[in-house]
Design a protein around this ligand. Structure first.
Ligand code: CU
Length: 395
């Protein structure tokens, strides 16, 4: 039996009413019905709360050292060791959910975003294989909706989604063990159409679980990076008015029905890095030096993408994200499956401005999925030189 009020949240009932999406079937309010979603798929999208029997926690978890990780805004990663210098620990993090209006392109298009910690994507959490992550998830009273979190890096209970649903004014604490090394997506998943809706309103992020002895290259030798950047790619579906202009809404509830209609067509209006067009270009460009090895973590919670570094390569690519797999080498373009994160490492060999793009170039140039990396250092004529400047064609 569905615990409707708990699962969908009283706040959400009000939200759906305001969004004009209330359809009463047997007293149950589901957005799907109003959107002509087949009843069977609504049922399939709904998730029963699993029966979770209380089990004794492993006795030694409480004795593990506890380390508080201060989360930082993307594209940066929190302070971390690449090689663990201690045994397993409990990594404590806190994330506060914020429903907020953000600007997503150069024309000032606005979107009501659902965020972890106020950013799209949410902050990166870093730990080592064998560590425990203990998250306090807070949903302030100022929010309208129930939210939760599904960690693809975790095991059980819908990635924690079934144990973390919090209504406005509530908080919850979840602990999970990092048993798989790699980079992984996390996202909100509060049931039925709210799952894709929250994800495409920006409510997703990534976790990096490093092997305790750090990364290894394709030959199995230790690999250390000098910098790491975290790129969260986001597809947005912004409704337009009759004149074709993007609509701006008073509240997060007002835009839901229109947005679901755009989502249904599977054609995003924006594909951006780190929450908006230009978030990682110009003054916000990433920085590196010639000779530095840079790790790029690329997450896409909803849709396939194909990163490419223009003028460089993927020296080492953990395309599917698992650090226990041998990385591919020297790739021109790599593939990140929607619902996953991948990692690429590159040692910059030439100075200049590099573009890091989704190499669907329509999405890169026209929809926003471009980042810049400004690299300082000495130019290497052996690798490239302009032998003759542009001039008149000679016979
Ligand atoms: Cu949410």
């Amino acid at each position: 039996m569905h615990d409707t009020d708990r699962t969908f949240g009283l706040a959400r009932r009000e939200f759906l009413k305001k969004a004009g999406l209330v359809g009463a079937v047997g007293g149950t309010v589901l957005a799907g019905q109003a959107m002509a979603m087949p009843a069977a798929s609504v049922e399939a999208a709904r998730v029963e709360k699993p029966v979770v029997k209380a089990a004794a926690a492993p006795a030694d978890v409480s004795r593990l050292p506890r380390v508080r990780q201060t989360l930082v805004k993307p594209p940066f990663l929190p302070d971390h060791e690449q090689v663990a210098t201690t045994g397993p620990k409990t990594v404590e993090v806190t994330m506060t959910i914020e429903e907020k209006k953000i600007e997503i392109d150069d024309n000032g298009t606005k979107l009501w975003a659902f965020t972890y910690e106020g950013t799209v994507p949410g902050p990166m959490i870093v730990c080592h294989e064998g560590d425990y992550v203990e998250l306090t998830l807070r949903n302030p009273e100022t929010n309208m909706l129930a939210h939760n979190i599904d960690f693809h890096a975790s095991t059980g209970a819908l990635g924690g989604g079934a144990l973390t649903e919090v209504n406005p004014g509530e908080q919850v604490v979840l602990r999970w063990k990092a048993t798989k090394a790699g980079v992984f997506v996390y996202h909100c998943a509060p049931g039925d159409v709210m799952i894709p809706y929250h994800v495409v309103q920006g409510m997703n992020g990534a976790v990096m679980v490093l092997p305790r002895d750090g990364l290894r290259d394709a030959n199995g030798n230790p690999y250390r990076y000098d910098r790491a950047y975290y790129i969260g790619e986001q597809d947005f579906y912004v409704p337009r008015n009759a004149d074709g202009e993007y609509k701006d809404y008073e509240s997060a509830a007002d835009n839901m029905a229109d947005t679901l209609e755009v989502m249904r067509k599977l054609t995003p209006t924006h594909v951006v890095f780190n929450g908006g067009q230009g978030a990682l270009t110009g003054d916000n460009a990433l920085k590196a030096e010639v000779g530095e090895k840079v790790l790029f973590i690329h997450a896409q919670a909803n849709r396939d993408t194909r990163p490419h570094l223009i003028g460089g390569h993927g020296d080492l690519v953990w395309e599917a994200g698992s650090f226990n797999d041998r990385p591919a080498t020297d790739l021109e373009t790599w593939f990140i499956r929607g619902g996953s994160a991948g990692a690429m490492a590159y040692e910059f060999r030439q100075p200049g401005i590099y573009a890091y793009v989704n190499h669907n170039l329509i999405e890169a140039v026209m929809l926003g999925a471009t980042a810049h990396i400004v690299v300082d250092g000495e130019w290497d004529d052996d690798l490239m030189m302009q032998v003759a400047k542009p001039g008149p064609v000679t016979s």
